[in-house]
Design a protein around this ligand. Structure first.
Ligand code: SF4
Length: 503
């Protein structure tokens, strides 16, 4: 969903209500598509962050539950952009130009400059959004079916160019070469999960849309809700003429909100009354106000409570991004490998021993028989052997600090996992450009987290300090490594084995 501000009843009825239903039945990922908002509104980003928050509030108020689904902000999961770039290499321009909404929107939004690549490429970004999670289903309405079809085409093309396990040496390139026989596919072709959504008319009788100024918000206060419905267009020009509730915005509201359990017989009463002119539109509107208000009141109250708890909101999107990135990264590892990209410089890729499962193993005898200082020497030397191509030079007076060829100071500190499942690194408080944490787990594997300069500049002050020592606490929760800072928990998973900071 694009963050264009508070959601209206059309968004609720057309998508959100169904998502709330789906979250208990599937492993769902729901995304606030802030990059997509830029494809048509790059000139005005002032309200983008606020709008993102408003959408999240509406989602939570309507019943999306972070315990049941993953909610995240698109720009927080960079794997979307990476897959988008890679897919753009194999997508013919004409395929994007032929997407029906490309021409339609250019005509409908003539006041905006839609000649950018971002706008042309948005269906491709949308495809990346779906494919990066290897989604089986995409809940869409009829108007979005073409986009899911395009996503399937793109996935199929990727799988045929880049089968799982890498490309063959004879491969002639995306636009040539013989089709290969595929045994395994990197990307999954998704299917549309068609939702039969009742149409919801805006107060002027056209489709409900913010740009028409005819919408009723999901968070609409009682008085403005009443005002909007009272002023809605109806299908009866005079009191004595019968009307058709299917063509009337108010009749439409009854069909959706006057549910038989809460208001038994009301819908029939309205239908008969309207088509025989035995009820007035004023009476009909009063009943509609009651039906809609009954549904919206608890949503509005829930929204107010969530709005008062910004910490909770941040936690929802932080955790959501973390879960989403973990899933997306699994796909991207296969994508990169299938294309044949050189992995980032890391212990993993520098290791010549393919059998060591990409991890350094500290021999059991060392763990048992050596003192703390010796263990440090062995662990760090073991590590240095693997990264010697960076020509690190050890500083004589500071045994755990090294200098790179480009004169960057690299501090290398190690720790073994404590019985409480935590690693504590004790650093002498000194300015460093790069910090390497070597964490030995209980299986004696050595995990390496290389924290780059920008990271340290931002967070150095938040580490715990005692006398002249900086204490860094690292913990793994659900396989995600995080630093425990004074006032926050900071995931550092992405820095494991990433040696780009030493280059
Ligand atoms: Fe619309 Fe109700 Fe009037 Fe019929 S009676 S036209 S449904 S407002």
């Amino acid at each position: 969903m694009r963050p264009t501000g508070k959601l209206h009843l059309g968004n609720y009825v057309g998508a959100l209500k169904n998502w709330v239903y789906l979250q208990s039945r599937h492993d769902c990922f729901f995304m606030i598509a802030d990059w997509h908002a830029l494809t048509t509104d790059y000139e005005n980003t002032r309200h983008l962050a606020d709008n993102t928050r408003e959408v999240l509030l509406d989602w939570l108020a309507a019943g999306l539950d972070p315990a049941k689904c993953t909610m995240f902000v698109q720009s927080h999961v960079l794997q979307h952009s990476e897959l988008h770039v890679l897919l753009s290499m194999i997508t013919p321009l004409g395929e994007l130009e032929r997407v029906p909404s490309y021409k339609d929107q250019q005509q409908n939004l003539a006041s905006k400059d839609l000649t950018s690549y971002g706008f042309l490429g948005y269906p491709l970004l949308q495809a990346a959004d779906i494919l990066v999670y290897r989604a089986n289903w995409v809940p869409v309405g009829e108007d979005q079916v073409a986009h899911v079809e395009l996503t399937r085409t793109i996935a199929r093309r990727f799988n045929s160019f880049f089968p799982k396990g890498g490309v063959s040496a004879t491969f002639a390139g995306p636009y040539g070469g013989d089709p290969r026989s595929l045994t395994d596919k990197v990307l999954i072709e998704p299917k549309e999960l068609l939702t039969s959504t009742p149409k919801l008319l805006g107060t002027d009788g056209r489709k409900m849309s913010k740009s028409y100024g005819n919408s009723i918000l999901l968070s609409e206060e009682s008085d403005s809700l009443e005002h909007n419905i009272r002023n809605s267009k109806t299908d009866r020009p005079t009191l004595t003429q019968p009307g058709n509730p299917d063509r009337c915005p108010v009749g439409n509201l009854h069909q959706i909100f006057s549910d038989p359990e809460t208001f038994p017989g009301r819908l029939d009463e309205i239908t008969v009354g309207c088509t025989t002119a035995t009820i007035t539109c004023v009476q009909c509107k009063s009943l509609a106000i009651e039906s809609v208000e009954t549904k919206l009141r608890p949503i509005r109250e829930k929204r107010r409570r969530f709005a008062e708890d910004p910490k909770f909101l941040l936690e929802v999107i932080r955790k959501g991004a973390q879960t989403a990135a973990k899933t997306a990264e699994t796909t991207m590892k296969d994508v990169r490998s299938a294309i044949g990209l050189l992995p980032k410089a890391s212990i993993k890729s520098l290791s010549h021993n393919a059998g060591d499962n990409f991890l350094l193993r500290v021999p059991a005898s060392i763990s048992r028989t050596h003192g703390d200082e010796q263990r440090w020497e062995i662990r760090s030397n073991l590590w240095l052997e693997k990264v010697q191509q960076y020509s690190l030079t050890k500083l004589k007076d500071k045994p755990r600090v090294f200098i790179t060829r480009k004169n960057k100071k690299v501090g290398i500190y190690d720790a073994a996992e404590s019985s409480s499942g935590e690693w504590v690194f004790g650093l002498k408080d000194q300015p460093l450009n790069v910090l390497v944490l070597l964490a030995q787990d209980r299986q004696r594997n050595l995990h390496d987290y290389v924290l780059p300069q920008a990271f340290l500049q931002e967070h150095w002050k938040q580490f715990e300090r005692t006398d002249n020592t900086v204490e860094i606490h690292l913990r793994k929760i659900d396989d995600v490594a995080s630093l425990l800072l004074k006032d926050q928990t900071l995931p550092i998973q992405q820095y494991e084995g990433d040696y780009s900071a030493l280059q």
